[in-house]
Design a protein around this ligand. Structure first.
Ligand code: T5A
Length: 228
């Protein structure tokens, strides 16, 4: 017997690329690049355009995925293996997609998500050095072809990003990594932007908040609102 959740997930899959589907925007970047700041500004602006998006984040977005997030960010779990970290990230994503993102998109609602699978390629692939093919296999299994319509990638020097992040709060399990880790994360993100330029818009984040917000609006307008 099908449950409500499985019916909505099935409907979501069948209309994944359909005409009435909502738009899916993700925000990406290294630590302290300004994603969360810009996400709030973007959502305010979209609402002013008459679009009321579902706002969510990864890891997280559902009750179980938020618990996985807490586990992943907790510095007490410093010994967590890279493979376990990768599987936990995708376990959280599977829950998030099935219960939250896919039903919203299928219902025609826009979704704005703070980080998604590009973060896995950047952190677990670039940062931890895990084999790309293993991430691709999990991506196929969990996402079944679903990709963001637009990814806003905020690029900032590692030193500036960490200084911003550390000003704001105590380092979590990822923020406790060394500079070389974050340089690999940044390089992996830059490679994604080059490889997927039709989806990813790289935004220089070493500008004022207002200037970065203007670049975000220009990108969303041009790529998702038909240049209106
Ligand atoms: N992760 C996540 C993985 O390893 N794999 C995965 O697959 C996924 C999905 C999640 C962690 O999980 C990892 C990556 C992460 O380490 P997070 O909270 O999403 O954690 O990520 P963080 O990078 O830690 O988020 P931050 O909140 O630190 O960074 P943001 O959101 O990029 O930055 P923001 O907006 O909070 O700004 C930071 C500070 O800078 C200021 C802000 O006021 C704030 O104080 N600021 C500016 N200052 C000057 N000029 C500007 N233009 C500024 N914009 C913001």
């Amino acid at each position: 017997m099908m449950t409500t959740a499985s019916i909505s997930a099935t409907e979501a899959r069948s209309s994944r690329q359909g005409a009435g589907r909502g738009r899916f925007i993700t925000l990406e970047g290294g630590e302290g690049a300004g994603k969360t700041t810009q996400l709030k500004r973007l959502v305010d602006w979209l609402q002013g355009q008459g679009i009321d998006p579902l706002v969510t984040r990864e890891p997280g977005g559902t009750a179980a995925a938020e618990r996985i997030r807490a586990l992943l960010l907790d510095s007490a779990n410093a010994e967590l293996s890279a493979d376990a970290e990768l599987l936990l990230v995708f376990a959280a994503r599977a829950d998030h997609l099935t219960l939250c993102i896919e039903p919203a998109l299928a219902a025609g609602r826009w979704v704005v998500c703070d980080r998604f699978t590009d973060a896995t390629y950047a952190y677990q692939g670039g940062g931890r050095g895990l084999d790309r093919s293993r991430i691709e296999a999990l991506e196929r299994f969990v996402q079944r072809g679903l990709q963001p319509d637009l990814t806003l990638l905020f690029d900032l020097s590692v030193a500036s990003g960490l200084a911003r992040a550390r000003q704001r709060s105590a380092p979590d399990r990822f923020e406790a990594e060394d500079l070389a880790f974050f340089e690999r994360v940044r390089a992996a993100y830059q490679e994604i932007a080059e490889r997927s330029s039709e989806r990813v818009c790289l935004i220089h984040a070493d500008q004022t908040e207002a200037a970065v917000a203007a670049a975000v609006k220009a990108s969303v307008t041009q790529r998702l609102l038909g240049g209106a």
